[in-house]
Design a protein around this ligand. Structure first.
Ligand code: ADP
Ligand code: MG
Length: 840
């Protein structure tokens, strides 16, 4: 590599590009030639691979074994039925996983890293993967560098290269030629994967993808597994425990069966079927489906989920620490007031004053048109300042410094212009311009300025001060103040009320003035103590944790303070969501339980975050919390439904064997029940509509098991009920074939109706609405019909070993099974009564 020893012009010539960048056409051609700017292709999950994975399942292997056994003892139809059911469940499993996988892929696409490049002379944002050699990268603080590039322009362009060199001290880059050859000394090269922490600049790309320095070491980083969410891990463990239990049951059943004199092979088939039925194999897949469906729902509400766990963590958030500017407010600013010559005036281009003209000159020259604040200032100065003055250099703005400075050539004079937070600008001024004359900035003038700031801020205005001088940020001449209006977003007040009803606190964290922050917060219904960054810096973590619950507004904070705030809330046991957009917000976003980046924020903030707010809007956070809660609740319903339908199957068989009754259910029947009840109703539950009181409940406690008391009670109660009813009815028939058909049908019906109970969980079904879930309401009668066919249609009858039932019997079976709904309702009332009664 010799790019460092060439001038920018030579580099551009060699790479056949210009300061205008490539043309779109040329960029496309080069993408063909050099390939995507990615580090070795990740292996894709293909449909075929997912399909084959279905058969790698131990349970399916066992079932195939069972069907071979059936074949061996001459049960041709049974063997065929088992195979048919294996294929059906594999298809169902395939469908579920395929859908989840596609969503996750789309998710990655949504949060793909971006880069800014010049194309045909214009700055455009493209996917970082489409950067090609010859592109001119446009880099600013907060960007992750997309490719290796030679710097051609640097305004304090400072890069953190820790990923490459391990060196934590950021390096300032230059466009000059350097002669040295080792990597850390190449001060005119920026490397892929490193982070711009300050300033900005331009650079010509000369290497992409695996050709970059990062690409060369990235081989080592390959193969990082997708992390499971806590819930996924939890439920995978549940499924594992149940699998062991199922094997135990299977062995027990075979042993009992042998004791009762059944044939070994028969019992093996039987035990296997039961084990398969008992294991909720769909559980992990359905959880993934629910979570990834949540991703889509949130995307529709302007929230991009970057980490799947956020879907469930959002449901337990108990405090949201939010930025003010642009998140609670519109972020569309307008200058309304100015202060100069000792007085405050409404802004008007007709103002005749030398001080005013200088003030307008300062805010228009010291301006990159880069933020709403700067745009508003530029707009205010537009009609006053006509001439253009060349900029010589710049000291960029950062949230820590809270000001910026440019040095311009004003008619042959080198002048520095500074704008920033008033107290910061006051600090670097020793003089002031009054009525066009420069005089000393004495204490009484300072006091006058502070009063003016206070009165503008109390009107919720954002106040910017400006100054000029011969030297940058030293000994400057104060010019005046500009007050910018930034109204609250109309929907935010209601969103904050909703959050509060849902047991979620809202805390404002802003770099803005405390009075401005308080005025905006008050308009939004947030009240409480204000703490400034200055005071915060002097507090220990313990001291902050003591009072953190009383503080509603943090003002004049730096990004570094955000981490302290997150930790204090966490220490108090809260689940914390924190917003951010700047490069230095990353640590706080990572530390928060849910890190929220702004759509307009920096690449680095987005990378550190769990979700991204496309519209920067606080209200979208609350929408996402609501979706998260709904999804978590549905997983709970699904879990309850699937476990309370699997357990009775095992219970019935074990009790029947133990009491030396005839076998109540045949293997094919068990498998059929399993397929029906684990399948459609369960899927219907995963898309159950949100209950209307969802945002009036308290947040779920973090670390709370999904097996809450009401889930356990429902599973246990229903298992006992179904087992008892089925066995009771089974025993009342003399004819075994008839008894089996009845038990089989009854079990299907009971489990179908029970999905309605699972929908309600701890509420009354009347409260949540019997038919609210259209898919479920439609699938229950449909599956009843299907069961009717299995029993009444001649050929199916042979396959399922059933016998026809009379209309009378059908009616009775439906009636009995429907009682599970009022029975559970009664149970709920009793449970509530016990809870309410004193002494318990
Ligand atoms: P926030 O976005 O929470 O209001 P920032 O960190 O962006 O906080 O800004 C902090 C303070 O810095 C602002 O209150 C303002 O006084 C000042 N400021 C903001 N943007 C600029 C800018 N482009 N140039 C100079 N000063 C600025
Ligand atoms: Mg800001």
């Amino acid at each position: 590599m010799r790019w460092h020893s060439l001038t920018p012009e030579e580099v551009m010539e060699l790479l056949k590009t210009s300061p205008e960048g490539l043309s779109d056409e040329e960029a496309r051609a080069r993408l063909e030639e050099y390939g995507y700017n990615v580090i070795s292709e990740a292996k894709r999950v293909t449909a075929l691979r997912i399909f084959i994975a279905q058969f790698k399942n131990v349970l399916i292997v066992l079932l195939i074994f069972a069907s071979l056994l059936s074949l061996a003892i001459g049960e041709l139809i049974d063997a065929a039925m088992i195979v048919a059911i294996v294929v059906l469940s594999a298809l169902l499993g395939f469908y579920q996983e395929y859908k989840a996988e596609r969503t996750l892929e789309a998710l990655k696409e949504l949060s793909a890293p971006k880069a800014k490049v010049l194309r045909d002379g214009r700055v455009v944002e493209i996917n970082a993967s489409e950067v090609v050699p010859g592109d001119i990268l446009v880099v600013e603080a907060g960007d992750r560098i997309a490719a290796d590039a030679r710097v051609i322009e640097s305004v304090s362009l400072t890069v953190d290269e820790a990923v490459l060199t391990g060196e934590s001290e950021p390096v300032e880059k230059t466009a000059e030629v350097v002669e040295v050859g080792t990597l850390p000394e190449m001060k005119n090269i920026i490397f892929a994967g490193t982070i711009c922490v300050f300033g900005r600049g331009k650079a010509v790309v000369f290497a992409t993808g695996n050709q970059t320095e990062f690409g060369k070491i990235a081989e080592m980083l390959k193969g990082v597994e997708e992390e499971e969410t806590p819930l996924q891990r939890n439920l995978r463990n549940v499924a594992k425990v149940l699998a062991y239990a199922a094997v135990l049951v299977c062995v027990l059943v075979i042993a009992l069966g042998l004791l009762r004199g059944y044939k070994a092979v028969e019992m093996a088939i039987w035990g296997i079927s039961l084990a398969v039925a008992a294991v909720p194999e769909a559980l992990p897949a359905v959880v993934t489906i629910c979570l990834s469906a949540g991703v889509w729902k949130m995307a529709k509400r302007n929230v991009i989920v970057r980490k799947l766990h956020a879907v469930e963590t959002l449901s337990s958030v108990s405090v949201i620490c939010t930025d003010k500017t642009g998140t609670l407010t519109e972020g569309k600013m307008r200058a309304v007031e100015v202060f100069f010559d000792g007085r405050t005036h409404p802004i008007s281009p007709n103002t005749k004053s030398k001080t005013f003209e200088m003030l307008m000159l300062a805010i228009s020259l010291c301006n990159n048109n880069a933020s709403p604040t700067e745009k508003a200032l530029l707009e205010a100065a537009r009609t006053v300042v006509k001439a253009e003055y060349r900029r010589i250099s710049e000291i960029p703005f950062s949230s820590e410094r809270k000001m910026m400075t440019t040095i311009n050539d004003v008619d042959g004079r080198r002048l520095a212009f500074t704008k920033g937070a008033p107290e910061v600008v006051l600090n670097i001024c020793s003089r002031i311009m009054v009525d066009g004359k420069v005089v000393e900035l004495d204490e009484s003038r300072r006091e006058e300025i502070r009063k003016a700031v206070e009165s503008m801020a109390s009107l919720a205005l954002r106040v910017i001060a400006a100054a000029y001088g011969e030297e940058a940020e030293k000994n400057m001449i104060f010019l005046g103040l500009v007050g910018l209006i930034d109204p609250p977003r109309p929907e935010v007040k209601e969103a904050i009320e909703n959050a509060s009803r849902a047991g979620i606190r809202t805390v404002v964290v802003t770099g803005d003035n405390p009075i401005t922050a308080k005025a905006i917060a008050e308009k939004l219904g947030i009240s409480g103590r204000v703490l400034t960054g200055e005071v915060l810096s002097r507090m220990s973590d313990e001291e902050l944790a003591e009072i953190v619950e009383d503080i509603a507004i943090y003002a004049r904070v730096s990004p570094g303070h955000k981490l302290k705030i997150v930790n204090a809330w966490k220490q108090r046991g809260y689940v914390v969501a924190m917003t951010g957009d700047g490069v230095n917000d990353a640590p706080a976003l990572k530390a928060a339980d849910v890190g929220i980046a702004m759509g307009s924020g920096t690449e680095v903030a987005k990378e550190a975050s769990d979700i991204v707010l496309v519209d920067n809007n606080y209200a979208s956070i609350i929408a996402a919390v609501e979706e998260g809660r709904g999804i978590y609740l549905n997983i709970k319903k699904f879990l309850t439904s699937i476990l309370s339908s699997n357990a009775p199957e095992v219970g019935i068989m074990l009790i029947a064997l133990a009491l030396a009754m005839p076998i109540p259910l045949l293997p094919v029947q068990i498998l059929w029940i399993n397929l029906i009840t684990d399948g459609i109703p369960a899927i219907a539950l995963s898309i159950d509509p949100k209950p209307s009181d969802l945002m009036r409940r308290k947040p779920r406690r973090i670390g709370e098991s999904i097996f809450t008391p009401e889930v356990k009670a429902l599973i246990l109660g229903v298992t006992v009920f179904i087992t008892a009813v089925t066995l009771g009815v089974f025993r009342s028939f003399e004819d075994v074939l008839k008894a089996q058909t009845v038990a089989f049908t009854l079990l299907v019906f009971l489990e179908l109706f029970n999905t309605l109970n699972a929908r309600a969980l701890d509420r009354s079904l009347l409260e949540v609405g019997l038919l609210k879930n259209k898919v479920l309401a439609a699938s229950i009668p449909l599956l009843i019909l299907l069961q009717f066919a299995v029993v009444q249609v001649e050929s199916l009858r042979t396959a399922f070993h059933t016998t026809a039932l009379s209309v009378h019997e059908w009616a009775i079976l439906l009636l009995i099974s429907a009682t599970i709904v009022p029975a559970v309702e009664a149970g709920r009332i009793v449970a509530k009564f016990i809870k309410l009664s004193p002494g318990s």
